[in-house]
Design a protein around this ligand. Structure first.
Ligand SMILES: Cc1cc2nc3c(=O)[nH]c(=O)nc-3n(C[C@H](O)[C@H](O)[C@H](O)COP(=O)(O)O)c2cc1C
Length: 329
């Protein structure tokens, strides 16, 4: 058989019933509702576009300062600012059709009912291919964050599962937990068909002149290159502990800037890769990452990108020689 070329390599991957033309997708909250990015990046070359979180009611979000640049990343406390479900359906959904790639709508809420309402309304709309639950939100009823309590997460996903008949149901895991595999298991038990790994890590920055937090909210979510090794580790753990055997695909994200970062996450177990913070530096990054992956595959004589998924080579199955994580010292 002829050697593969960058044009002939097969970049397609599948997320549940959804076929993506390539494994590169945008990450929620970093590129609005699509139109904002479509003038700067050819979205038809992407695997999928992900919207910012949609909630039942419109939200203006937190007071400024709500974004702060830190070394190797950024902290944000946007507070889920969005136009709300009704305006999203009326004003934003019609334009999604023009993006030229499948659309994943990210969903957030303060109660199981709110998530269910958003999903029930959006599931039948043909412009939308998948619903991704952002579970890094506190539940107003008991103050617990949905994504940090396994029982609550399972209850949420199974309630939403009953509303989602057409779209692929994805759950985006929070890294702010001790055992992310337990959360992955709960999401899959509830009926998740795919997992996004990871959302932002809780962080804080202090202004040493004013002695006040840099973010008006006090704390925020850390993203960008600073969190990439955490994302690689968590994708690897979720893949190895739960997702591989359950046949559940992972969309890996966290600090991806280049095609090398994307390949690394795929070797760790990701089927597709999300690009978020890098868009603030270069809105065309996803396209460049796609091209870089094609060149890499062709150079290595590989004809299909899906052969990279979970292809990490380990000496023995333990994480370290003695089974430890290596983080002890
Ligand atoms: C400014 C900003 C806003 C974000 N908003 C959302 C959001 O609305 N919903 C969500 O699930 N994740 C949100 N995220 C998290 C990203 O989708 C992504 O999981 C995280 O930033 C890690 O990827 P990255 O390092 O490539 O940005 C946001 C991230 C940033 C930087």
């Amino acid at each position: 058989m002829a050697n593969p070329t960058r044009e002939s390599v097969d970049l397609s991957v599948t997320i549940g019933r959804l076929v993506l033309s390539c494994p590169v997708v945008t990450a929620s909250g970093t590129c609005g509702y699509g139109e904002e990015l479509s003038t700067l990046c050819d979205l038809s070359r992407l695997g999928a576009f992900t919207t910012k979180s949609i909630t039942v009611e419109p939200r203006s979000g937190n007071a400024p300062q709500r974004i702060v640049e830190v070394r190797a990343g950024m902290l944000n406390a946007i507070g889920l600012a969005n136009v709300g479900l009704q305006r999203f359906v009326e004003e934003k959904v019609p334009a999604l059709r023009r993006l030229g790639c499948p659309v994943i709508v990210n969903v957030a809420g303060r109660s199981i009912d709110e998530y269910a309402t958003v999903c029930r309304t959006l599931d039948p709309l043909p412009e939308i291919s998948a619903l991704e639950l952002n579970v890094s939100c506190p539940n107003v009823h008991n103050g617990l964050t949905f994504g940090t309590d396994a029982a609550l997460l399972r209850d949420l996903v199974s309630a939403v599962r009953r509303e989602v008949l057409r779209c692929v149901l994805m759950v985006k895991l929070s890294p702010n937990v001790t055992d992310i595999s337990a959360m992955a298991r709960a999401a899959i038990d509830g009926g998740a068909e795919a997992l996004s790994v990871i959302n932002t890590l809780l962080g804080m920055a202090i202004d040493i002149d004013t002695w006040r937090p840099m973010l008006a909210n006090g704390t925020g979510g850390l993203s960008g290159p600073a969190i990439r090794p955490v994302a690689v580790q968590m994708v690897h753990r979720v893949y190895r502990d739960v997702a591989r055997d359950a046949g559940i695909p992972i969309i890996g994200m966290g600090g991806v800037q280049t095609w090398r970062d994307a390949v690394e996450l795929m070797l760790a177990g990701a089927t597709a890769v999300g690009v978020g913070t890098a868009l603030f530096v270069d809105p065309a990054a996803p396209q460049k990452i796609r091209e870089g992956i094609s060149d890499y595959l062709a150079r290595r004589g590989l004809s299909r990108v899906r052969d990279l998924i979970g292809a990490l080579r380990l000496d023995g199955e333990a994480t370290g020689a003695d089974g430890s994580t290596g983080a002890e010292g």
